[in-house]
Design a binder for this molecule. Structure first.
Ligand SMILES: C[S@@+](CC[C@H](N)C(=O)[O-])C[C@H]1O[C@@H](n2cnc3c(N)ncnc32)[C@H](O)[C@@H]1O
Ligand code: SF4
Ligand code: SF4
Length: 351
């Protein structure tokens, strides 16, 4: 994924040299509706999932986010491809100057990818298992077939793709290796993250898991994650350096199940289905309401005392180690703040 160089450099200088929080990613929860039933996620269990904001309101927020300095728009959900007007969102974002990223479960990709030609830079597609277990854990049949077809089409259209795997109790080292080979064959990158469960199964932006599902997916033996990390570190050094998106620092972190200083609201800014501004902290802990993008200017929210106080609370959060809170989209972008090698690895990829 390439970013507009000037904005990217500005963000790096502000964040890492001047220590002034400057967001790179605007992460938009475009809808809460979903067509899958993933055991480890709670979106599909919501009683009244929101369709998301109307297009015109989304456009206003995009303008506001770009003014604040965001350079990458990440559209997530729920399942974003359920929104008919999604191509217009990306078209507008592209015109505004954003690099664009879609997060999807891939089911509707083969049917809809042609609608995004010219507006979409990258897609993050979820693929958890290399076989029928993927359809099973996500609760839709034909999902893996359709997803791989969608990835091939996306690559034909010149869109970058990343496969993201949520590692659960049912995974083996062989599964992880096969996903790695699958990514290579599809000309895609791949990332891995351990499943995350909130301490009380609730209060998460990922919704509430049922106790039965939580028991099935839970990683009881962290030694497995340790072995995965060691294997991926090996492959990274032996020909798969460009294919494995996780940085060496992230893999070392999960191998050791170590603490890290969390920055979920420093390079990233979330917009929820109703315009609420959120951090990327999945538990919503430490708690704190930040504001709403429909009624307030994003700069006002981003630079508010409340936001600054929350950032300081996040830095002191020590939930990663006891609860295995190592989401790829939170832990990875936190690492360059404390490890300059990660920063250089990102910069090399981005420019
Ligand atoms: C909430 S989904 C939204 C996008 C899309 N529906 C999808 O599944 O890719 C965003 C990402 O969160 C991941 N995810 C969901 N629940 C998770 C959990 N409990 N632990 C770790 N990752 C999770 C998904 O696999 C996906 O990669
Ligand atoms: S992980 Fe994505 S596809 Fe699965 S239920 Fe959650 S939002 Fe839907
Ligand atoms: S480690 Fe980060 S994402 Fe996890 S609960 Fe703490 S602040 Fe939130």
């Amino acid at each position: 994924m390439k970013y507009p160089v000037r904005n990217f450099l500005k963000c790096c200088i502000n964040s890492f040299i001047l220590k002034k929080p400057t967001p790179l990613l605007l992460s938009f929860e475009i809808t809460q509706k979903c067509n899958a039933k993933c055991s480890f996620c709670g979106y599909w269990r919501l009683k009244n999932p929101s369709l998301g904001l109307p297009l015109e309101k989304i456009k206003n927020i995009l303008d506001n986010g770009y003014d604040l300095g965001c350079v990458l728009l990440g559209v997530t959900g729920g399942e974003p491809l359920l929104r008919k007007d999604l191509p217009q969102v990306f078209e507008y974002a592209k015109k505004t100057g954003f690099s664009t990223l879609l997060l999807t479960n891939g089911y509707l990709l083969p049917k809809r990818i042609h609608e995004f030609r010219g507006f979409l830079d990258a897609i993050n597609v979820s693929v958890d298992f290399p076989d029928y277990r993927h359809d099973k854990i996500r609760g839709i049949s034909n999902l893996l077939d359709r997803t791989t077809k969608g990835i091939r089409l996306a690559r034909e259209y010149g869109v970058s793709t990343n496969i993201n795997c949520v590692m659960t109790a049912g995974h083996s080292l062989k599964d992880i290796r096969q996903l790695l080979f699958m990514a290579k064959e599809l000309d895609s990158t791949v990332s891995f993250e351990p499943v995350f469960q909130t301490p009380n199964l609730g209060g998460s932006i990922l919704g509430t898991m049922s106790k039965e599902d939580a028991d099935v997916v839970k990683i009881n033996d962290w030694n497995f994650i340790k072995h995965v990390a060691e294997m991926l570190l090996f492959y990274k050094k032996h020909g798969y350096g460009k294919i494995i998106l996780n940085t060496e620092a992230f893999l070392n972190l999960i191998r050791e199940k170590a603490d890290f200083i969390c920055y979920p609201f420093s390079l990233q800014l979330g917009i929820a289905h109703d315009g609420d501004v959120t951090s990327m902290c999945v538990t919503g802990l430490p708690k704190g309401y930040l504001g709403n993008a429909l009624t307030q200017d994003l700069k006002e929210i981003w630079y508010s005392k409340r936001a600054q106080a929350l950032r300081e609370k996040y830095k002191r959060c020590r939930l990663a180690k006891p609860y295995g809170c190592y989401l790829f989209c939170v832990a990875e972008p936190s690492l360059p703040f404390t490890d300059s090698k990660v920063f250089y690895e990102y910069a090399k990829r981005a420019i």
